[in-house]
Ligand binder design. Structure first.
Ligand code: XMP
Length: 319
């Protein structure tokens, strides 16, 4: 006789028991998982919780403002907005290997957290919105689960040097259960329904070397693509949709002139838990219209492709 309401009460009791009167820091990514974790923990321990929202410079268009706004306007949660984009983008400069990029981001995240943890007196716990699929599909920096597909920066095995114990209230849940819990906690449907966004952000949607130029182009193209999907009423049917900017320029024609700009790939998949996925069967009409809009509205892109790979054998992200 299991309900989300009962699960929520059980988790609140567990969090109180684990944390006692100590303080907790929670990394807020703007995604559903960390948001639900933060609100659940806030219900359990109130002002013993401080959230840290790290802007690594790899967020989508307007994302930082939207997330910070939502938490400031709707919840009474203490929130540090850390703009660390220069640090991250500086360290990532010239790096093109996918795992190296992930490791740099993961390590910096820990450093940044450490820095903010040190400013919060008595903080002994770090909260994370780790889900069950993350637990079984990832590898930590210091060893961990044996099945290694990608190193998810927000999972397990934080270096001892950080000196914080983990609070992971969503560790037993799948995505659909986290959404149900979010509804139980009163999060707006528009927020709960948001597509998942990976911790390393746009870094893994920009295969190869990351530049601010590519990131800017990617943000614009992604915004147009998501707008198209919403306008056609498809957003809720899709598990995840995003643009990847490809590390290649191709030749095109525009008016009387020749262009030599980036190619991009559109990705959209259906999935239940992110562990397997099917590419979304858009109509050719939708794809053609979207390609035209992106090329017309986004300076720097002159070719649009659609990724028709399912998972397996592909992954959802490009890196
Ligand atoms: P893949 O690309 O492995 O992605 O098929 C499966 C799901 O996981 C998300 N993902 C991540 N989430 N940190 C995260 O928080 C990560 O490093 C990471 N890598 C992938 C991805 O967006 C998809 O929902």
């Amino acid at each position: 006789d299991w309900t989300m309401g009962a699960y929520r009460d059980e988790m609140i009791a567990k969090i109180r028991e684990q944390v006692g009167d100590k303080k907790v820091i929670c990394g807020l990514s703007g995604g559903v998982d960390s948001s639900v974790a933060a609100i659940l923990i806030h219900e359990a321990i109130g002002d013993q919780l401080t959230c840290v929202f790290v802007d690594h410079g790899l967020l989508r268009k307007n994302e930082a403002e939207e997330v910070v706004g939502m938490f400031r306007d709707n919840y009474n949660i203490q929130l540090i907005h850390a703009d660390e984009s220069e640090l991250f983008l500086g360290e990532l400069e010239g790096q093109s290997d996918p795992e190296t990029k992930r490791k740099i981001i993961g390590k910096l995240f820990i450093d940044v957290f450490q820095k903010h943890a040190d400013t919060i007196e008595g903080a002994e716990f770090l909260a994370q919105g780790t889900l069950y699929p993350d637990v079984i599909e990832s590898v930590s920096f210091s060893g961990g689960p044996s099945v290694t597909i990608k190193s998810h920066h927000n999972v397990g095995g934080l270096p001892e040097k950080m000196g914080l114990k983990l609070v992971e209230p969503l560790r037993e849940l799948f995505k659909d259960e986290v959404r149900a819990l979010g509804r139980e906690l009163g999060l707006p449907q528009s927020f709960i329904g948001r597509h998942p966004f990976p911790g390393p952000g746009l870094a893994i949607r920009c295969p190869g070397e990351i530049t601010t130029e590519k990131l800017d182009i990617l943000r614009e193209a992604d915004a147009v693509y998501i707008d198209q999907i919403r306008k056609h009423g498809l957003y809720d049917e899709i598990w995840q949709a995003f643009v990847a900017i490809l590390p290649v320029r191709t030749v095109g024609v525009m008016g009387d002139g020749r262009t030599y700009d980036y190619a991009c790939a559109l990705r959209a998949v259906t999935s239940v838990d992110g562990m397997t996925a099917d590419y979304y069967p858009f109509t050719h009409e939708f794809l053609g219209e979207t390609a035209t809009r992106i090329i017309n509205e986004v300076k720097g892109i002159n070719r649009v492709t659609y990724d028709v790979t399912s998972k397996p054998p592909g992954t959802i992200e490009w890196e």
